[in-house]
Design a protein around this ligand. Structure first.
Ligand code: PLP
Ligand code: PMP
Length: 421
């Protein structure tokens, strides 16, 4: 893999921050090291002394005074070592990436902690996408992805998808416009990046089958593009065994995988992690060095303590208890029950565009859903879908929503619905 050819000029120009290098060094040194480097403030002047955090199941996490001093201090930009090593073990046990992707010529696997996967996403796009580039994705897609990608001035190419995710045959057809031999040529317009949400997609709830992932991976090899696997709903899969990931089949080192703790530990703590080839993850870390410096040390220590207490065997079961049962919606709608995640993608029969229905009629009745148009590449295109998140509401509340939505319609003779004026 020639990773240099994937980098934008901005990313290629990033240089390590000298002070950050010293912080990494200090983090790995014995406590006896006397450091006059780093520019770390004196934590004895900080007002927070210690913390004790109750965890469900009766456990208590204690950050005593020395640990609290560490929690309040700067730390390395990849993440704190104990959390990183726990996550590296987790990735190996869950995805067991092929040994080839660890070999030096294919770029050793690397990981870093991010302030939520949104940070990882935004920085990865900035690293890989320049103005005018062709980028492949399956829309409708997560609006946060569009928010990060669209300002880069790239050309978003929509690959057709259904409730099993991206359709490889359509991807193959799109790629057929190019000659794979051109992919490596400077200035080539062959797409270098494909983005997808493989499980419980936001907003569609779609999950990609293993076979489709294999076909997409083969196309990635043929046309030499990278795959950005944004998988925050991986731990919210309803059925076992969980589908093998792109990371698990990455013999070349062309997958950048983003995981998130947002849906399983806390969304407000802002913590996730990126896994991928070292030359690329290192570039993301250079960007972190120049922006947030690192994810909150306090957050990382708190999460690390919890995960070390749980142990790897317990993690999956503890995590999967947050999975929700899909709910049924009104008979004026069509949807596919999702296999993972938090979203139902509902097509309202006979409605051309749901914007007005949701933002006016439903809101007046104190019901809020997301009109589907916001997940389209062109958000002003009419869209008959709405996204319903079923993660937060009680069954009674969901029932109420169904009634309210049904009351906004009158059924016409054909079985289609029209909006009540
Ligand atoms: N990617 C997708 C597909 C999401 O649905 C979300 C959250 O809604 C994110 C990324 C952002 O996650 P985080 O809270 O980890 O930044
Ligand atoms: N600006 C200056 C001039 C600084 O000295 C520092 C910290 N050394 C920063 C910004 C970054 O500060 P923060 O830890 O709040 O990101």
């Amino acid at each position: 893999m020639n990773y240099a050819r994937f980098l934008t000029a901005v990313s290629a120009a990033r240089r390590p921050s000298p002070i950050r290098i010293l912080t990494e060094l200090q983090q790995r040194s014995p406590p006896s090291l006397i450091s006059l480097a780093g520019g770390a403030p004196n934590p004895n002047t900080f007002p927070f002394l210690s913390a004790s955090i109750k965890v469900s199941g009766g456990e208590v996490l204690v950050l005593d005074e020395p640990l609290m001093k560490r929690a309040l201090q700067y730390s390395g930009s990849y993440g704190i070592p104990e959390l990183l090593s726990w996550m590296k073990d987790l990735q190996k046990s869950l995805h067991n990436p092929p040994p080839a992707s660890y070999s030096p010529e294919r770029g050793q696997m690397e990981m870093c902690v991010t302030t939520g996967s949104q940070e990882g996403l935004c920085k990865i796009f900035e690293m890989l996408v320049s103005s005018g580039d062709n980028v492949l994705l399956d829309a409708p897609t997560y609006s946060g992805t569009l928010a990060a990608l669209q300002p880069l001035g790239c050309n978003l190419i929509n690959v057709a998808s259904d409730h099993h995710g991206m359709i490889p045959a359509d991807l193959g057809k799109i790629l057929g416009r190019w000659d794979p031999a051109d992919a490596q040529k400077p200035g080539s317009s062959v797409p270098r990046v494909l983005y997808t949400i493989p499980n419980g997609g936001n907003p569609t709830g779609a999950s990609m089958t293993y076979e489709r992932k294999q076909e997409v991976y083969e196309l990635a090899r043929k046309y030499d593009f990278l795959i950005i696997e944004d998988d925050p709903y991986y731990f919210l899969q309803f059925q076992k065994p969980w589908a093998p990931t792109f990371l698990s089949m990455d013999v070349d080192g062309r997958v950048l995988r983003m995981d998130s703790f947002s849906k399983i530990l806390s969304s407000g703590l802002r913590i996730g992690f990126v896994t991928g080839p070292k030359p690329l993850v290192d570039r993301v870390v250079l960007h972190i060095q120049a922006s947030t410096m690192h994810t909150s040390t306090f957050t990382q220590l708190m999460v690390s303590q919890l995960l070390h207490n749980w142990g790897p065997g317990e993690t999956n079961s503890s995590i999967s208890r947050t999975a929700f049962s899909p709910v049924c919606f009104v008979d004026v709608a069509e949807w596919h029950p999702p296999m993972a995640g938090m979203f139902l993608w509902i097509k309202l029969k006979g409605i051309k565009d749901t914007q007005q229905l949701i933002m006016k009629k439903a809101l007046e009745k104190e019901v809020l859903l997301v009109p589907g148009g916001v997940f389209n590449i062109n958000s002003s295109d009419p869209c008959p879908y709405v996204r319903a998140a079923f993660s937060l509401s009680t069954p009674q509340q969901i029932d109420e929503v169904q009634h309210t939505l049904t009351n906004i319609f009158i059924r016409s003779g054909s079985g289609e619905c029209i909006l009540l004026q």
